[in-house]
Design a protein around this ligand. Structure first.
Ligand SMILES: C[S@@+](CC[C@H](N)C(=O)[O-])C[C@H]1O[C@@H](n2cnc3c(N)ncnc32)[C@H](O)[C@@H]1O
Length: 253
């Protein structure tokens, strides 16, 4: 259950990885670009500002996110699609860009293989994947999930799945020898621990939000907050550092 308003409340922080991923490729010319899991259009905006003359298509499953994307980027074609299924009918592209989407689908290996087959010769697949499992916040949520276990039957299907950087490298390397890969910790400076919760509400909480009512969700968040306060110490000036680890991969066909 994606809420575009909540997701975009940390817009600057969520858009920076797309800007950085596009910047790595800015010297290349791309005519046709596909943004997979484009959401509310933040990643699409980063792509468009890097390749202003490109024909850009955005695809996402959430109608709510797409509505927001259409408002901010009326010149882009946004299509509602389940991107865990083949997108081959959309044609071929010079760049397939995907920011913070891959972890939401189970068949990631197939997805990467299929997108490589949709690239023109010399085209690039560029992805960013949050390495959330490596962050203390992930453990905080999992601990609370255990307490509420009986409410979360089948939740694994809706949760995001991330693998190690080396695992993704192996998959990319099956399709190309031209791989670039890097990991960045984005150190978000939060004014308090509640802001970390607000950030988590935008994406990591989504599988729980669809299973709990508002009151229950508040109780769930309160339990997570207790753990977040322990995991992320307050700095000398009263702020809280929230490092967010992200993996970047580009592969050229
Ligand atoms: C964290 S958001 C990223 C959005 C955008 N790329 C950005 O950088 O802001 C993840 C997006 O993946 C989309 N998504 C999740 N599962 C999907 C699926 N099976 N098919 C298409 N989109 C999906 C969600 O709707 C959401 O918009």
């Amino acid at each position: 259950m994606w809420n575009a308003e909540i997701y975009d409340s940390f817009g600057k922080e969520r858009m920076q990885p797309s800007i950085d991923l596009a910047a790595r490729l800015k010297d290349k010319k791309f005519k046709r670009i596909l943004d997979v899991g484009c959401g509310s259009g933040m990643s699409t905006a980063a792509v468009l500002s890097t390749w202003e003359d490109a024909e850009v298509t955005g695809v996402d499953l959430s109608e709510e996110m797409l509505q927001k994307a259409r408002k901010i980027l009326p010149q882009v074609q946004f299509i509602r699609r389940d991107c865990s299924k083949s997108l081959a009918d959309l044609g071929t592209f010079d760049l397939i860009f995907s920011n913070a989407f891959l972890q939401w689908i189970p068949n990631q290996e197939d997805f990467i293989g299929q997108t490589f087959s949709m690239l023109e010769e010399g085209g690039v697949l560029a992805v960013q994947i949050p390495l959330f499992d490596e962050m203390p916040a992930s453990k905080c949520i999992l601990e609370v999930e255990k307490i509420w276990e009986e409410r979360f039957a089948g939740i694994e299907e809706d949760k995001f799945i991330t693998h190690t950087a080396a695992h993704y490298y192996d998959i990319f390397a099956e399709h190309t020898t031209k791989v670039h890969m890097w990991v960045t910790d984005y150190c978000h400076i939060m004014q308090n621990h509640e802001q970390i919760l607000d950030f988590l509400r935008g994406a990591a909480f989504t599988p729980y939000q669809s299973r709990l009512n508002e009151k229950e969700m508040q109780a769930f968040a309160d339990e997570v907050l207790i753990r977040i306060e322990k995991a992320y110490p307050v700095r000398k000036n009263g702020t809280v550092l929230f490092p967010f680890r992200r993996l970047f991969l580009t592969g050229q066909k």
